[in-house]
Design a protein around this ligand. Structure first.
Ligand SMILES: [Fe+2]
Length: 243
């Protein structure tokens, strides 16, 4: 049975917290954008990073609040907990802290690579997180293109990481890069990485999924659109059959 919709695994929808939604009205507008795109679940992934004062222990309450307001507004979307954990922050966090920012309170943690090219430091962190029972999602690789980019992506994927590309990148000017790497099994999840309804990337993943359907098999496109993200939300381990 097909799940009730798409999942946005990377979105800054919580109001007045990090550099995401400005206020509640902005958050609700983002939720409406998501619903209009066929997204059923948004993972709230505020920055867990030195330059943002996001308190991990407050996140469940903030997510409960936004869900209450979304329900009151009659928008058919649910928000789940999560975080976009900067590589350097993750290096300092203990297992308990990392588990508390996993998507939907399960075992998948979204890691934002340090600025610059992907490299050994990220691979070492991913290996440690795997040992602690976490499934590692690598956020927006397109921002970390550099020497050995594709080799590092392949190495991270071989180590069990899932690669989350930004939906707007896939549909953008350089989207062919993501589409080619998807065919090599190096695109596993999509996120909007939306920050506001007032501008920038919208809370959409549908158009990127359509592009993927043009270059991937139907099975792979369905796996990216539904099977992988819903398994993560339900706490089931995810391994790509397409890598
Ligand atoms: Fe982000």
């Amino acid at each position: 049975m097909r799940p009730p919709g798409f999942v946005d695994v990377h979105c800054h929808i919580l109001p007045a917290l990090d550099d995401g939604a400005l206020d509640l009205a902005d958050s609700l507008a983002m939720a409406r954008q998501a619903a209009s795109d066929g997204i059923a679940v948004i993972c709230a992934t505020p920055h867990i990073r030195d330059d943002h004062d996001v308190r991990i222990d407050e996140l469940p309450g903030r997510v409960a609040f936004i869900n209450q307001e979304i329900a009151r507004a009659g928008i058919p979307v649910r928000v789940q907990t999560g975080g976009e954990v900067a590589q350097r922050a993750a290096q300092r966090m203990d297992a308990g802290e990392l588990h508390s920012v996993c998507l939907a309170g399960q075992t998948a943690v979204l890691v934002e690579p340090a600025p610059g090219p992907l490299g050994q430091e990220l691979a070492s962190l991913a290996a440690r997180l795997r040992q602690e029972g976490l499934q590692v999602l690598i956020a927006h690789p397109e921002r970390h293109v550099g020497e050995g980019f594709e080799r590092w992506l392949a190495e991270l994927a071989a180590a069990g990481c899932l690669i989350q590309w930004t939906a707007a990148f896939v549909t953008g000017e350089h989207g062919h890069v993501a589409l080619r790497l998807a065919q090599d099994g190096l695109l596993h999840l999509l996120g909007s990485d939306a920050h506001s309804s007032h501008g920038g990337r919208p809370v959409h993943v549908g158009a990127a999924l359509e592009r993927l359907r043009e270059v991937c098999t139907a099975q792979q496109a369905d796996w990216i659109a539904y099977q992988a993200p819903w398994a993560l939300l339900e706490g089931r381990p995810v391994e790509s059959p397409f890598f």
